[in-house]
Ligand binder design. Structure first.
Ligand SMILES: Nc1ncnc2c1ncn2[C@@H]1O[C@H](COP(=O)(O)OP(=O)(O)OP(=O)(O)O)[C@@H](O)[C@H]1O
Ligand SMILES: [Mg+2]
Length: 513
């Protein structure tokens, strides 16, 4: 709930626990074992940020968040919580929230597309599981496309670009460094696999303009962008890469903001461990850097995961607002992780952090936030508010209606295939082929003409010598009137046909002169 200009998250006994909008861009963590209440906490936070006029993005991994577009309904458990927290007098009411559905596969939301060049070689290499050499070559291919002003929008653009570079590998190797054809072939194979996994759908246009996400509705509530990830999460690397891409888009799009009264946008990363698992070092340090810098652009990032240790230390140390649900400590490794989690809080003399972490009930959490002056508050044992919107899954018919009624639907529903590298290179290949055919034809024609000329020359030579000899013979033998007849006759016979006749005529004429 949004109260007194603050995000009311829950109660520690009689005391209200708030997150300060001014400090909400100092990022956050929602952690806890499975079933302890992380998703509901995320929901409660998203609702409050929306009420506060802050746009929100989150990935819906299980499909249990989308129903925020519907008004919540009472049940026994919720009522118990409402009573226990005394929320009736706090203005708690069931309500719906402005939501916008997206899906990279275009099934459970508006199609969320990006272009190959916006995704960039680093993230693409990760999706395509390329080794270091292949990743370097992919970067070169991007550079060549850039230098040649070729747009890389969809996967067929990249495919034709790879083919083009491979065909001209010698030339480009000299200019850009070694480009092994085998590596290009391996990249192409990975690309084909990516296309089969849906790459053909989500690389294309119209690409998402992330500014469309930074919106409030006409009542001033922040619009909640819900990315349906039930299918995407089946490929964890792809899921992680997409979320990273969104974060980097936000980072690149938004100008520096300094300290604002409230964030420009809040971003929730569910299943956050997937962002870092198996990520190459270069990518991890990039994430760390973006998390650090995006704060000053007014974006708060909240990582949702089971254990705090799922998030690398460099990122963890930047998370100012922490909601830690119950943890389990059955194994020595788990005990160690709980100890580390407990030690990361400012102790509260009223209870033992470690033991409390193990005994927290569902929808209860240890909470520490940054106070108005940016100092971490003492850890509090907090009962989290219930959500105001509907819990559970969203009916498919309602979802489709919501999608089609969205004003952005007209803009994003249909894909557009613009003239880009594929079209250009196809034309180029066709023109090259046509030029080759024309060149061959020209060569053949030249050859034929040459042959003809040779033949003509030969014939002329023969005719001349024949005319000469015949003429000489005739002159010698008959002398007088028979001359023209004999010459014409013998010459005509030797050359044959019209050509012979006309040549004979001409020659005869000259001869007779
Ligand atoms: N703040 C709360 N108010 C009311 N009910 C809650 C609250 N927190 C948790 N619950 C109840 O506990 C159930 C499990 O919570 P939730 O789905 O948030 O767990 P989770 O930690 O996200 O689990 P998982 O790791 O499996 O995703 C909810 O469906 C809801 O019934
Ligand atoms: Mg959950």
């Amino acid at each position: 709930m949004y109260q007194e200009g603050k995000i009311f998250l829950g109660k520690a006994g009689e005391e209200k626990v708030f997150i300060y909008p001014k400090m909400a861009n100092r990022h956050g963590l929602i952690a806890g074992a499975t079933g302890t209440g992380k998703t509901v906490t995320l929901k409660v936070l998203a609702e409050s940020f929306s009420d506060c006029g802050v746009p929100v993005f989150f990935a819906d991994v299980k499909g249990d968040l989308a129903a925020m577009c519907n008004i919540g309904s009472a049940n026994e458990n919720l009522q118990k919580r409402i009573d226990a927290l005394g929320l009736a007098s706090e203005g708690f009411e069931y309500r719906s929230y402005p939501t916008c559905f997206w899906d990279v596969y275009g099934e459970y939301g508006m199609p969320l597309r990006t272009t190959i060049s916006e995704m960039g070689p680093l993230l693409l290499s990760r999706i395509m599981d390329l080794n270091e050499t292949q990743a370097d070559i992919l970067s070169l291919v991007f550079k060549i496309a850039d230098d040649e002003n070729l747009l890389l929008i969809d996967t067929k653009d990249l495919r034709s670009m790879l083919q083009y570079v491979s065909e001209n590998a010698a030339q480009y190797s000299a200019q850009y460094g070694n480009i092994a054809k085998q590596s290009v072939a391996a990249i192409t194979r990975s690309l084909v696999a990516l296309e089969a996994e849906g790459g053909e759908l989500f690389f294309g246009e119209p690409a998402l303009d992330i500014k469309d996400w930074i919106r409030t509705d006409n009542t001033g509530k922040g619009v909640i962008q819900v990315l349906d990830c039930r299918k995407l999460i089946q490929n964890p690397t792809m899921y992680a890469t997409f979320l990273l891409w969104m974060m980097s888009e936000l980072f690149e799009t938004l100008p520096e903001a300094g300290d604002l009264d409230k964030p420009r946008m809040i971003f929730f990363f569910d299943e956050a461990h997937l962002l870092f698992e198996d990520a190459p070092k270069s990518l991890k340090s990039k994430i760390e850097q973006v998390v650090k810098l995006i704060r000053s652009k007014g974006v708060g990032i909240y990582f949702v995961t089971q254990k705090p240790s799922d998030v690398p230390d460099g990122v963890l140390s930047q998370l100012g607002n922490k909601v830690q649900h119950a943890l389990r400590a059955y194994t020595p490794a788990e005990q160690k992780a709980v100890k580390a989690a407990a030690q990361s809080y400012r102790e509260n003399p009223a209870f033992d952090t470690y033991n409390t972490l193990l005994e927290l009930g569902i929808g209860e959490a240890l909470v520490s936030v940054l106070d108005e002056s940016g100092v971490p508050t003492m850890v509090q044992r907090c009962t989290i508010l219930p959500p105001q919107s509907q819990m559970g899954a969203l009916d498919d018919t309602i979802r489709q209606r919501e999608i089609q009624n969205n004003p952005l639907y007209v803009r994003y529903a249909e894909s557009v295939d613009r003239d880009s590298a594929y079209e250009f290179l196809s034309r180029h290949a066709m023109q090259t082929a046509e030029a080759k055919v024309a060149e061959k034809e020209a060569q053949a024609q030249a050859k034929a003409a040459e042959k003809e000329a040779q033949a003509r020359a030969k014939a002329t030579k023969r005719a001349v010598s024949s005319v000469a000899s015949t003429a000489a013979g005739t002159i010698g033998r008959e002398i007088g009137n028979a001359l023209g007849k004999s010459v014409g006759g013998s010459f005509g016979k030797k050359l044959g046909g019209n050509l012979g006749a006309s040549l004979g005529r001409g020659l005869l004429k000259t001869f007779l002169k």
